[in-house]
Design a protein around this ligand. Structure first.
Ligand code: ADP
Ligand code: MG
Length: 691
């Protein structure tokens, strides 16, 4: 049988359990019918009427009559032991007892139901496919049993026997039918068992499948949960993204607005650009035109540069010719004003006659009137005055400004840049205004600035101008003091400050004519500020020394040297020369009538040294003027140090500073005489140090 059952094992079991319980009656059909009949006959003979009445009933009535089980079973109706259908056990047999009914051994519920059980079977059972078809007339027992036999008189035993035999026969047939049915049922049972086995196997398979399906379901459930969690996450993510999307959309809107604004601006700019391009193209044409003009002008410029260079050379030549005409040694006289607290000199003491060209002409002469007190005393008459006239290259009366003084010497500074050694001295007695002339008055007043700062500013400015013409200049400064024939560095710093360790004047190298001061600082300078700092340092150094030796500054020469180096790379020109600005020691002489105390001896020695060096300076100038073979440079430290800036190619300027006071007339006359001698000197043609 390949009938398909429901896969639900519960349903399957229920279906199996609900199958009708099959009952059977085991009839001992093997017994000889006659013996059985006899037995029945013997036992039932005494109660025939009863049995007869019973026999009149149909099987149903019989069944009813037999119920309940407690009733005693009588008569032919065999007691059938009805058992519930047990699929695996052997079929139960119904034992039939003769004459009496054996007590049922099974449960009362399934107690003997006699024919009723058989009837039930017969009613409920559908004809098995394998069961043989019943013959007509031998149909179900109830039909036969329900046939009422004719009533026989009591005495008709034979007839009764015949009836009984008939009945027996029917029962046998019925038994046979039941056997066949039983056989069919057994086959059915076997089939059902096979089906059950198959179904069991199928059930196991299905259970396995069910387990795997459950496992899959669990897995699916887990997956589902995971997916749900993931979906939740994704939903959250989606929410975030949606918000972000919204933000981005808003941003996009803003950007679109900006874009539209920018587009408008861009269009505007493009319009401007087009306009600019048009302007540019016209400008380019203009530029081309201008470039051509520029090229032409560059050529012109080069030509003019050459011309300028030629003119410069000419200017230099003429300038120096003029200097030569003026003399390579020039002397300027400067008279300082009367200071507050000083006695005003008598009128006519100092006279500054105007120049030959008239009052507007700068004065070059000075007259000093000196009263001869000795002659007055002797004669008793008013003291006669003696007039001393002096003539110099230029005379500066007391009211002259620093600026005017510098104007006159600026030409010399230009000469220094052109490569001529220049030496400017300030000569005069102490207090005559030498330092004022060279360095200037109190600091902080630009109008009182002296020659050194003004000369430096002029040099730097001219050097810068000449830079445009291809010249490059460098400047190195030094500042020393010569006191009692010893040289001291005024730019010393640190431990040497104020001490000014011993310095010596040496040649810069073997065979070199250049002189240098050992242990002295040579400081490169490129601007006024640097020079100002150096002057300040020198002032400090002098102040320290002054405490050690009183008024030493006025008893010493101070020499500011600036080494100028110029180069014209394009034309391969070099020039170099020193510019010397010298503040000489006081020229006053010691009064020979004064008695010399112990402290005065040192002063005498100083004075002698000063006088010696100043007279050596005069002698050197004289020797140069007279073109003597020997020039006594080495007779003093000062002339030795200035050796290369005196004579020959050098240009020299001497300021003779004069006190306006009558009481200083003697020293003033001495200074003026010395200066006049110098002024009379003419030193050969100056030559620039050019290579
Ligand atoms: P020296 O250096 O010759 O000893 P100073 O230069 O120290 O003399 O001058 C002495 C004083 O005279 C200083 O107080 C100075 O300021 C003053 N003095 C000198 N020359 C002038 C001048 N041309 N104008 C104003 N004051 C001057
Ligand atoms: Mg001085």
């Amino acid at each position: 049988m390949s009938r398909r059952w429901s896969r639900d094992p519960g349903t399957l079991s229920a279906a199996f359990a609900s199958r009708p319980v099959r009952t059977t009656m085991d009839v001992q059909a093997q017994r000889p019918p006659l013996l059985e009949l006899n037995t029945t006959l013997i036992k039932s003979s005494s109660r025939l009427p009863l049995s007869g009445s019973r026999l009149k009933r149909g099987p149903d009535q019989m069944e009813d009559a037999l119920e309940p089980a407690k009733k005693r079973t009588r008569g032919v109706g065999a007691v059938a032991k009805v058992d519930t259908f047990r699929p695996r056990g052997p079929l139960s047999t119904v034992s039939q007892t003769q004459g009496h009914t054996a007590a049922p051994k099974g449960p009362k519920k399934t107690g003997p139901r006699g024919c009723s059980a058989v009837g039930t079977v017969l009613r409920n059972q559908k004809p098995a496919p394998t069961a043989p078809a019943q013959k007509p007339g031998t149909s179900a027992a109830p039909v036969v049993v329900g046939k009422k036999p004719g009533k026989r008189p009591a005495w008709d035993l034979k007839g009764q026997l015949c009836d009984l035999n008939e009945e027996l026969k029917r029962y046998r047939e019925k038994t046979q039918t039941l056997d066949r049915e039983n056989q069919g049922l057994r086959e059915q049972l076997r089939e059902v068992q096979e089906q059950a086995t198959t179904l069991g196997t199928e059930r196991n398979t299905l259970e396995g499948e069910l387990a795997s399906v459950r496992a899959q379901a669990e897995q699916s459930q887990q997956k589902l949960e995971t997916q749900s969690a993931r979906i939740l996450q994704l939903e959250e993510c989606l929410g975030t993204k949606e918000r972000r999307l919204q933000e981005l959309q808003e941003e996009q809107l803003q950007l679109q607005e900006e874009r539209s604004t920018l587009s408008t601006q861009l269009e505007e700019r493009e319009r401007k650009l087009q306009a600019s391009e048009a302007a540019l193209s016209s400008s380019q044409a203009e530029v081309l035109c201008l470039q051509e003009k520029a090229a032409a002008q560059a050529t012109l410029l080069a030509e003019q540069g050459d011309r300028l260079y030629g003119l410069q050379m000419e200017r230099r030549r003429l300038h120096n010719q003029l200097q030569e005409l003026k003399g390579n040694i020039r002397v300027f006289c400067r008279v300082r004003p009367v200071l507050a607290g000083e006695s005003t000199p008598s009128p006519g003491f100092l006279v500054f006659p105007p120049g030959p060209a008239g009052p507007s002409d700068p004065p070059t002469r000075l007259s000093v009137s000196r009263s001869d007190d000795r002659r007055s005393t002797l004669t008793g008459a008013p003291a006669p005055t003696t007039r001393h006239d002096f003539c110099f290259d230029r005379v500066f009366p007391p009211g002259s400004k620093q600026e005017e003084v510098f104007e006159e010497i600026s030409m010399l500074v230009q000469s220094a840049l052109d490569g001529y050694p220049v030496c400017i001295f300030a000569y005069g007695q102490t207090g005559s205004g030498k330092t004022f002339t060279m360095e200037g008055g109190p600091r902080g007043n630009p109008q009182l600035e002296g020659l050194i700062p003004r000369a430096m500013r002029h040099l730097f400015s001219v050097a810068q101008e000449m830079g445009g013409q291809g010249w490059t200049y460098s400047f190195v400064a030094s500042y020393v003091e010569i006191y009692n024939e010893t040289v001291r560095d005024l730019l010393a710093t640190g431990t040497r400050k104020g001490q000014g360790g011993e310095c010596e004047i040496r040649r810069a190298g073997p065979g070199s004519e250049e002189l240098t001061v050992t242990n002295a600082r040579y400081v490169p300078v490129s601007c006024e500020k640097e020079v100002e700092a150096l002057l300040h340092l020198a002032h400090q150094n002098r102040a320290v020394a002054r405490t050690a030796q009183n008024e030493r500054s006025s008893r010493s020469h101070s020499v500011f040297q600036l080494q100028i180096s110029g180069e014209h790379a394009a034309r391969g020109l070099h020039c170099g020369a020193p510019l010397n600005l010298v503040d000489l020691a006081g020229s006053e002489r010691l009064d020979p009538g004064l008695a010399l105390g112990p402290g005065e001896r040192d002063r005498l020695r100083e004075t002698q040294a000063i006088n010696s060096s100043l007279s050596t300076l005069g002698l050197v100038i004289m020797a140069l003027s007279n073109k003597e073979s020997h020039v006594p440079y080495r007779n003093s430290k000062l002339t030795y140090l200035l050796q290369n800036s005196l004579g020959g190619s050098a240009k020299m300027l001497m300021f003779v500073n004069i006190s306006p006071l009558e009481e200083n007339v003697s020293e003033s006359l001495n200074s003026l005489r010395f200066a006049s001698k110098v002024n009379q000197c003419v030193i050969g043609t100056a030559q620039a140090n050019k290579k």
